[in-house]
Structure formats: C-alpha cells, structure tokens
Design a binder for this molecule. Structure first.
Ligand code: BYC
Length: 469
C-alpha cells in the first residue's frame, strides 16, 4: 500500500475521498506548523538528511534525502488492514475487530489516544534546544529524525481523534497543541514529559528508557480491538525502533569514551579530562529509569482492568501468551511496601496488568545494561552499571511516598536524604554534563565526551554532511 504524496497531507487512508475529514485536518495543519515553528527545534538549519515513509509494507518503507525541516511531509500512515482480524482478548474475544468506536467505550478510547498523543509533541518540546549543543552532525541529524517522527506520531493520533471522535475529538486535537512540556498552567499529562532534556546524556537516556515505554505502550495499543488504532500503532512501532537505537548506541558511545578516559588516565575521576564519570552515568540511568517506570501507572489499576476486559488495550504480545486471554481467574505477584520491607503480594492478574507490562519493559531495559557492562569489561573495567530496584525514586503506584534504595531496601527519610546525592544527579553533576555540551557542527568531527558511532546512517560515512546549517 503506497502513500499518496500528491495530497497536501500525505496519507494512505483515502483522505481525498472524505472531504469533511480532509478539510478538518487541513485546518489543523497550519496550527501544527505554527506549533512546530514555535516549539520545535530551536537551531536554524538549511536541510537535514532525513528518512520519510513512502510505504507501510515491511520492506523498503523509507526514503532518505536532504529535507528542509518545515518541509518534512508529515502524514497519516496506517499499517495494512487484515480483513480477518479478530479481537484477541477480553469479553469480546473472538468477535471481529471494530472499524468504528463502540459508543460504550468512546470516552476510554479517546482518553487513551489523547494520553498517547500528548507525549509525542511533548518530547519535541523537551528536546527543542539540544541542536544548539549537538556533539556531531551525525547526532544532530538523529535528533531531528526523532523530532520529525514524534511530530508524525502526533499526526497519527490527531487523525484518529478527527476521524472517529467528532467534535470532542477535534477539541482534543486542538488541546494537544496548547499544553506544553513543563508549563505551569497547562503541562503535559504524564510526569516524565514535563521533565527537562537539557543535555545529550539526558537525550540518550530518554531515547533509551522513555522511548522504550513508548514501544511497550504502543505494543499494547496495537492489540486493541479498535482496528484503526491498532494499525496506526503498528506502523508507529516501526519508526520507534530508530529512536531506541539512538538511545542504545548513544549510551554505548558515552560508556565507551568514559572507559577510554578511565584507562588512559588510570582514574575514575575523569571529569577533569573532559569525560562523564561512570558514577554520573549511573545516576542518569537511575533517574531516567525510575521516571519512565512511573509512566506505567499504578501496579494495581481498575482502569487497566477495564481497558483489558473491554478489548481496548491488550498485553505485550497478547497472542503469544498461553492462557485464556480473559484473566478473570488468574493471579499475579506484585511488589509493594509492607512493614518497612518490599514484599510480594498475590493479586487478581486483571488489575495488575500495568505491573505485567512494566515487567516486560524492565527485562528489555536490562539488555542495555548488559551491553554497557560488556563495553566496560572490554576495557578491563568492573562491569558495575545496574538498573535500580523498581521501587527506587517512584512518584506513581505502590512505592510512591516510600524511599527505596537502588538495591531495594526501604529507608527512613533521613537515610534517604543522606544518600540521595550518591544515587541521583546532583546540581554539580548536571552542571558538569552541561559544561561539556558545546556544539560540534563540522562534518567528521565529534565532541570529546562521546565516542564516534561505528556506522553512519543509511550506509553513509560518519563524515557525511548530514545537516547543512
Ligand atoms: N503521570 O489507574 P492508574 C511514548 C494517572 S510514551 C501523571 O494507575 P492507568 C513516547 C492516571 O491517568 C507512552 N498521571 O493508571 C515516548 C489515572 O488518572 P485518573 C505513552 C498519571 O490509567 C518518548 C491515575 O493516575 N502512552 O509514546 O492504568 C517520546 C491512576 O492511575 C501517571 C501511554 O501512556 C503519570 N505517570 O495507566 C515520545 C499509553 N500514571 O483516571 C513518545 C496510553 C498514571 O484517576 N495511556 N497517572 O484520572 C495509558 O495506557 C494509561 O493512561 C497509563 C496510566 C499507562 C498512562
């Protein structure tokens, strides 16, 4: 199914056939472009070597070329429809999937789509100033690729709101451009999307940990009985993979450079040699992982039980699970704090689905830690990086209001206050990282705190002119 690029809004949903919808989206488009010019990348550029979706099939879906950022063709791309698709879980299991929104699930579906849609422009806002301090043109290009695709993911959700939710949907689409990351009056909906992304270590951590939450949440919405949502998320997941690649290899390259400097100078204290000390890397991991865990909601949630039973939001890889896909009898084990300790409690699996998804996510996150420790070991250093306990630094769910150490001990307030600076980035750590952030905008050159990538983009060399300033 190819994409029609002759239209003002590129799409593969036959927008030309639906004049009302097309007009509604065409009137939202200039507001999106206005938002992009005000809240999108702050660094002016001539053009950027970007990939643009040209088809939604598995093979060869992307085209690479230099594009002026405001001319990027944001559009509406849904994965191919499977005419025989049936609902895989919940009380409607086995029935054909829905092509329209059932009245009884309208508000829940709208809410899920709005929450998802809200995160996409939020991340562009958070990353807005990073171009000014990019460590290389290669990294600058990756930042902008992530940004334009998050912008496209906003389009994906706005299309659903406009096409299926009438006036209320159009109002919500409007509001997605009015809330802003970190705003006092109208903040973004979820906590992590109001945090700053002030430096490139934060950006790599964000694309590793927070974009990975995106992968898992989109994975559950891909299971949805509402077929247009499922197909939208399926294609978004394909774009999302690059964002996590940016995070994984970005942290790889920081750890690599840190290890080189530790070896070269035979010390952990590499700040004075222009590197990011390993303990600071660990603190950033602790922060970004814990903030991202909050994005899964509470361990016990009636919202998620209702979503599942109704067929709105499934589990990660629902169809590969070997159970009844109803979960009315099933039990799950979930951690919580009791009597000053973290204990496991048995709960109905249905209300514990946020914890189930979080478990899948945590196991995936651990693969990065293995990679980074292998890099350290390759330099003859202790493989000492770790993921903190799920209870560490949490603001949402069973651990909110408790202080839990990275190794899972419940601490008194004073113990936490005394140790906190060893576990989370301090103002001094952040100031050091920020001081290293000086732009390197010459082809083939790179900042001294990060190693160059192994490969360029789309077979191009590292010294390719990925961005024309
Ligand atoms: N911050 O029943 P509970 C991505 C609220 S990232 C603020 O435990 P539920 C991306 C909650 O709304 C993926 N509020 O939660 C990544 C509820 O409010 P009400 C984004 C929070 O509903 C990088 C109350 O607390 N997609 O795509 O089971 C770059 C009780 O909560 C938070 C989605 O999240 C929080 N962290 O689950 C770009 C998917 N957590 O009902 C993009 C859609 C909870 O009392 N969203 N609350 O008013 C959902 O599936 C669910 O809404 C959540 C929460 C998983 C977020």
């Amino acid at each position: 199914m190819t994409i029609d690029y002759s239209e003002r809004i590129p799409n593969n949903v036959d927008l030309a056939e639906d004049r009302r919808l097309r007009r509604a989206l065409e009137s939202w488009q200039p507001r999106f472009l206005q938002w992009w010019s005000e809240m999108g990348p702050a660094l002016p550029t001539q053009d950027v070597y970007l990939r643009t979706a040209i088809a939604v099939g598995r093979e060869g879906w992307a085209h690479f070329d230099h594009v002026a950022l405001p001319d990027y063709r944001w559009g509406i791309f849904l994965a191919e429809r499977d005419p025989g698709r049936r609902i895989a879980f919940g009380q409607n299991k086995g029935r054909p999937v829905w092509q329209q929104v059932p009245g009884e699930y309208r508000s829940e579906l709208q809410r899920l789509i709005v929450v998802q849609g809200d995160t996409e422009p939020a991340s562009v806002e958070q990353q807005r100033r990073l171009g000014l301090t990019a460590p290389s043109l290669y990294d600058l290009r990756n930042l902008f690729q992530v940004n334009v695709e998050e912008g496209r993911h906003l389009w994906a959700m706005v299309y659903l709101l406009h096409a299926y939710f009438g006036r209320a949907g159009r109002d919500e689409a409007e509001a997605l451009l009015l809330r802003n990351s970190g705003s006092e009056d109208a903040p973004r909906i979820l906590g992590a999307f109001n945090e700053e992304t002030p430096d490139w270590l934060s950006f790599f951590m964000f694309t590793y940990f927070t974009d990975r939450d995106g992968k898992y949440q989109l994975g559950t919405l891909k299971e949805s009985a509402f077929d247009p949502l499922s197909r939208t998320c399926e294609f978004m997941l394909r774009e999302e993979a690059h964002h996590m690649f940016v995070g994984t290899t970005g942290v790889d390259r920081v750890v690599e450079r840190t290890a080189q400097l530790m070896r070269e100078h035979d010390t952990d204290d590499i700040a004075r040699y222009g590197g990011i000390p390993l303990d600071v890397v660990q603190k950033y991991i602790n922060f970004h992982y814990s903030v991202s865990l909050d994005l899964f909601g509470g361990e016990t949630s009636t919202n998620v039980a209702n979503y599942y039973t109704a067929g709105l939001k499934g589990r990660w890889q629902e169809e590969r699970r070997q159970d009844d896909h109803l979960l009315t009898e099933a039990v799950a084990v979930v951690p919580r704090v009791e009597g000053g300790r973290v204990v496991d409690v048995r709960l109905p699996a249905l209300t514990a689905l946020n914890a189930d998804l979080r478990g899948e996510y945590a196991a995936d996150c651990a693969t990065g830690l293995n990679r980074w420790n292998r890099i350290l070991a390759g330099h003859g250093l202790d493989p000492s990086l770790y993921l903190p306990h799920v209870g560490f630094n949490r603001k949402v769910g069973a651990f909110a209001g408790h202080h839990v150490s990275p190794d899972g001990r419940v601490l008194a307030e004073a113990e936490w206050a005394a140790a906190r600076d060893r576990w989370l980035p301090t103002p001094a750590d952040k100031a050091h990282v920020r001081a290293l952030m000086r732009p390197v905008h010459e082809p083939g050159k790179i900042a001294a705190w990060v190693a160059p990538p192994r490969n360029g983009i789309n077979g191009r060399p590292f010294d390719y002119e990925y961005v024309h300033l």
